[in-house]
Design a protein around this ligand. Structure first.
Ligand SMILES: [Zn+2]
Length: 368
């Protein structure tokens, strides 16, 4: 009896040492709050779904843990048989600009490997924690390699506030964080980095203690965005992830204002409601498309002229008819001499389309 127990413990130890984590669900769920907690030193993780299409890019996400737990160096390997491994991509000295942040890595020599292995370690030997590792069969960097990133001038006007200190825990490199989102906004508004777009050269981004959320000022080439430390503090009450979700969402909205075209022939933001609804609706449509709204808050009712999320959710819903609907909507703003919602819908969906018709269809969808 005794020897049997010893033997099984011995076997157990043996298999533990040899076994690598395979298909860790927390790494593939697209939710960086669920994470893989590894060990100190080099960690190996296997992704084996017997893949058929070659991966052309992948993203690694930081977790909500402190940056010392982030991967700093990693090697991605591919295999056809699970025995022989080929180096697919190698990264060193990587830093994540914030918590829950992706680093996008194109794969320069894709092949239809059946499985992948990630070998990763932290910078100073701390326990490795990974938020997510996601693979894509397209190169998500394609057409955007030459995006003109703006310079960022980041200032904290009220550093003694709780909001300012919480922000530092979330965002370690504000310049990189804001530049990252500038490109993400452009990717939703335009097709490629070669499209004609506003020449946003500089973004002055300020954390300020005031009763509000966020606002954009100025016009390209220099724009300014202010973000309320009081709002940061409120948003952080639930969790750091909730704060991240809100901070990115607000940033998407304000950065749309930097890159979006303005409707022509109908007055201005402060004199014409259609102009205002178009500007604020598109900003929230991009935020929704990026995934930074709780879409369960969509409710029937209102009007396309209500602006913000009422208009924004409608414009985003149009992507169910045409995946390029947001880009095409934005093109109507650029092209129409005298912009209106109805003309935009006709330009996008044909002369038989109308704003009333599409809005009613959207309302019916919401009422289901
Ligand atoms: Zn706005």
């Amino acid at each position: 009896m005794k020897s049997y127990v010893l033997m099984s413990i011995g076997l157990l130890l043996c298999s533990c040492q040899a076994k690598l984590p395979v298909n860790v669900p927390e790494l593939s769920d697209g939710n960086p709050t669920t994470c893989f907690v590894g060990t100190k030193g080099v960690n190996k993780v296997i992704f084996d779904q017997q893949y058929t299409a070659p991966f052309q890019s992948y993203k690694i996400y930081s977790s909500g843990e402190t940056p010392a737990h982030d991967p700093s160096a990693w090697t991605l390997k591919g295999s056809f048989d699970g025995k022989n491994w080929v180096v697919v991509d190698e990264r060193k000295d990587q830093t994540f600009c914030s918590r829950y942040q992706e680093i996008l890595c194109p794969i320069t020599q894709p092949s239809n490997y059946k499985q992948y292995m990630l070998e990763a370690s932290t910078a100073a030997g701390d326990t490795l924690v990974l938020g997510d590792v996601l693979f894509f069969d397209t190169n998500l960097d394609a057409n955007w390699e030459n995006f003109n990133y703006p310079d960022v001038d980041f200032k904290v006007l009220d550093p003694e506030t709780k909001g300012a200190s919480v922000y530092t825990g979330l965002v370690q490199d504000p310049d990189a964080y804001i530049r990252f989102h500038a490109r993400k906004v452009a990717e939703i508004l335009f097709y490629t980095d070669k499209d004609t777009m506003n020449d946003v050269q500089k973004i002055e981004y300020t954390l300020k203690d005031y009763d509000g959320v966020s606002a954009k000022g100025g016009t390209p080439p220099v724009i300014s965005i202010v973000y309320s430390t009081q709002h940061i503090e409120k948003s952080a009450n639930e969790s750091l992830y909730k704060l991240d979700f809100e901070t990115r969402g607000v940033l998407y909205h304000e950065l749309v204002h930097a890159y979006q075209f303005e409707p022509k022939g109908i007055g201005s933001y402060s004199t014409n409601k259609t102009f205002w609804a178009c500007i604020e609706g598109l900003a929230d449509a991009v935020r929704a498309q990026a995934g930074y709204f709780d879409m369960s808050t969509r409710k029937p009712g209102g009007n396309w002229m209500d602006g913000y999320r009422t208009t924004g959710f409608f414009i985003q819903w149009l992507t169910t008819k045409d995946s390029d609907a947001i880009r095409k909507f934005h093109e109507t703003v650029r092209d129409l001499d005298e912009w209106s919602f109805d003309k935009a819908m006709k330009r996008m969906f044909g002369e038989d389309a109308s704003i009333e018709g599409l809005w009613n269809e959207y309302q019916a969808f919401l009422s289901k």
